[in-house]
Design a protein around this ligand. Structure first.
Ligand SMILES: [Zn+2]
Length: 235
């Protein structure tokens, strides 16, 4: 298992690590702050430095509990120490987008309490979330955007904590996940914004204010009871 530094500190931009294994252009480190592509959030990019040698990390992926970093050339060796840097501009945008996705869901559920997230993909310029909604009128879209920005402007803290499985599933919001998350996961990572609680392994900003203005850019019907909302962040 790779130690995942971003889980305890999503603002960590640089770290030192040891190369455990290299296979082709894929590098396994003893620990990492690179977020691997998963859960609709894009992979981090950045750089590994060994002495004066620089290796670009073009992508990080998760494989059997390990994070593999794809680098752009050969030359690294097992056992070497590397200094690692995350492309912070990209990551911070992802953190803002990811937090915005939680806020958008809170806003949707403020007018449609039974709406559930059925899918989603974060992007650097535009992201999308799908909801189990029968209808999504222009008036509803306007109301959702207004509510989302009220949540942003309320400067709520984004709280992260780890709860033992049994305790986590006592929370009504997480009860439905008890059959979804495999029993092999003993601790559940919780993200809490105001009264909203979710199980989430992504990277978030510390305060909703950092998200900036949420703009709903377009919507799309994805079936009778499924609607897609696209959003972007300003500035
Ligand atoms: Zn999240």
């Amino acid at each position: 298992m790779t130690k995942l530094l971003y889980l305890s500190d999503s603002y960590l931009k640089e770290f030192d690590a040891v190369v455990l294994r290299i296979e082709g252009n894929m590098v396994e480190l003893d620990k990492t702050a690179f977020y691997p592509e998963s859960g609709g959030q894009l992979s981090d990019t950045g750089m590994l430095c060994q002495g004066n040698e620089e290796f670009n990390v073009v992508k990080a992926i998760k494989q059997a509990g390990k994070v593999l970093h794809e680098i752009d050339r050969s030359g690294l060796k097992t056992g070497e120490k590397v200094h690692c840097t995350i492309d912070w501009q990209r990551r911070y945008k992802m953190m803002r987008m990811h937090t915005a996705a939680h806020i958008l869901t809170m806003a949707v559920q403020s007018i449609a309490p039974n709406a559930l997230v059925t899918g989603g993909q974060l992007g650097l310029e535009e992201s999308r979330d799908d909801y189990s909604l029968q209808e999504l009128t222009p008036e509803m879209v306007k109301e959702i955007e207004k509510k989302a920005n009220e949540i942003v402007n309320a400067s709520h803290k984004v709280l992260i904590k780890e709860l033992p499985r049994e305790e986590a599933f006592k929370l009504p919001q997480l009860f439905k996940l008890r059959d979804v998350l495999p029993p092999s996961i003993p601790m559940i990572r919780i993200v809490q914004i105001a009264g909203d609680v979710n199980a989430c392994g992504g990277t978030h900003v510390k305060n909703t204010k950092e998200v900036g203005r949420i703009k709903i850019t377009r919507t799309k019907s994805k079936g009778k009871s499924n609607k897609r909302i696209y959003f972007a962040l300003e500035p």
